[in-house]
Design a protein around this ligand. Structure first.
Ligand SMILES: *Cc1c(COP(=O)(O)O)cnc(C)c1O
Length: 425
């Protein structure tokens, strides 16, 4: 038994499933998690001393690679002044100002502690602003685990095969309508069936929790038009895409304006941070300025803000980061497609920028139904092969491959070579 196996066996006695978030459990790939001791750059090391090239990047935050020296130093320095005050600080204003300068159409921002909280609060703001209750989301898009959003959610929920979670009262999800990703007609139909009742459409501008599914040309701009026509707000859930596709996220990358945007992951550089942001008139609804209540004891935490501010500043001052990670993504996809064509691997490689996915289906993947045609048993074998050879991918077919500025062409070549071995064995 490895030490990871020993620790995981004990973990299961004290923590449900042995993990603090379901997708870490390796359950869907029929294995047990490697217990991670530390990480640096593109590498992670487990407590058994094994080394991995990491393609998860803490599920997104680590766009500069793990343990970036400037981020680490900022955290240590902030911690020396005290961990939390529960009072206003200057650094919160700095972060807010920086993000408003970086992201199109963001005039005001409120910090929270997770992506889940960001989405939950953005939806409350949209409902308060429009005085309407219904929300349109897309099957396979994940927006955190708040009650109203656990309807046809992707990610861990998708892997477990739980369409809706136990413990969510039907009433809490009754105003959540589900459309088909990349299918504007399905959205139009919901709007016409729920005239003057839809507060907002929420979408992952690149769906990255059902594998990675790119928005078809015209899909996001079509949503913009449908929202305008029906008096609803458009919410981009940029918890993954924010500060990743580009400095200004998907709004900048695709040139489509959102009314509200949610952030998480990269915004905290690995610290627990989320945020929701957008139009001044909508954000002015938030308490104490307006009548939509939302609060947080640790929101805008000084140590977390120091981490976020440092990472975001580096991103702003180093446009080369985006050139690098996006071109690494292009290279990875091209090499994997070449490998698949040469070996006859039954896979479809998708992605945009530094987000990729290898779907174990030969069919194109445009939505949740397509994604579900993947051969998850074959994926599990592939995953274990790659892990055994030192390549740490997400332990689920329906998660993204995240690249960082710390990855090299050699890392990618080695991963593709190892994938080739799997498909030719
Ligand atoms: C991760 C994620 C969330 C939830 O964020 P947490 O910090 O895990 O609560 C919400 N939306 C999207 C698109 C995500 O990828």
């Amino acid at each position: 038994m490895t030490r990871s196996e020993q620790v995981f066996a004990e973990a299961q006695n004290y923590i449900p499933g042995g993990v603090n978030s379901p997708v870490r459990a390796f359950q869907s790939v029929g294995s047990t998690p490697r217990m991670i001791a530390r990480a640096d750059g593109a590498r992670m090391f487990d407590i058994d001393g094994r080394e991995y090239v990491d393609f998860v990047g803490s599920w997104g935050p680590m766009i500069l690679g793990h343990n970036h020296p400037a981020v680490r130093e900022a955290v240590v320095k902030a911690a020396a002044n005290g961990l939390s005050f529960g009072a206003a600080t200057e650094i919160e204003v700095e972060v807010a100002k920086l993000i408003c300068s970086m992201v199109p159409n963001v005039e005001m921002i409120r910090m929270v502690n997770s992506g889940t909280e960001a989405v939950m609060s953005a939806i409350r703001a949209a409902r308060g602003f429009t005085k309407r209750n219904r929300i349109i989301k897309f099957a396979g898009c994940y927006h955190g685990h708040s009650d109203a959003m656990l309807v046809k959610a992707g990610s861990g929920v998708m892997t477990s095969g739980i369409p809706d979670s136990a413990g969510v009262p039907a009433a809490c999800a009754a105003d959540t309508l589900t459309a088909v990703y990349n299918d504007l007609a399905s959205v139009e139909e919901l709007f016409s069936q729920n005239k003057d009742e839809v507060a907002a459409v929420i979408v992952e501008p690149v769906a990255a929790n059902m594998g990675v599914v790119e928005p078809a040309p015209g899909f996001l701009s079509g949503l913009r038009e449908l929202c305008d026509k029906n008096g609803a707000l458009l919410i981009f859930d940029e918890v993954i895409t924010g500060f990743r596709l580009a400095l200004g996220g998907a709004q900048e990358y695709y040139g489509v304006r959102a009314d509200l945007v949610t952030f998480g992951k990269i915004i905290g550089a690995g610290m627990p941070v989320g945020a929701y942001a957008g139009r001044r008139d909508v954000m002015s609804m938030i308490s104490p300025k307006g009548s939509v209540y939302q609060a947080g004891t640790l929101s805008g935490n000084p140590v977390a803000m120091a981490a976020g501010l440092t990472q975001l500043t580096i991103l702003k001052e180093t446009p080369a980061v985006y050139e690098k990670v996006n071109s690494l993504g292009d290279t990875f996809r091209a090499e994997m497609r070449k490998m698949a064509a040469e070996t006859g691997a039954p896979v479809t490689v998708t992605g945009v920028g530094s987000l990729s996915c290898v779907f174990f289906t030969p069919n194109p993947v445009k939505n949740y139904t397509d994604a579900k045609t993947s051969d998850t048993a074959l994926f599990a074998k592939y995953f274990l092969h790659m892990l055994d050879k030192g390549f740490y991918f997400a332990p689920s077919q329906f998660e993204a491959i995240f690249l960082s500025a710390a990855h090299t062409k050699e890392d990618l070549d080695a991963a593709v070579k190892t994938a080739r071995e799997f498909f030719t064995a």
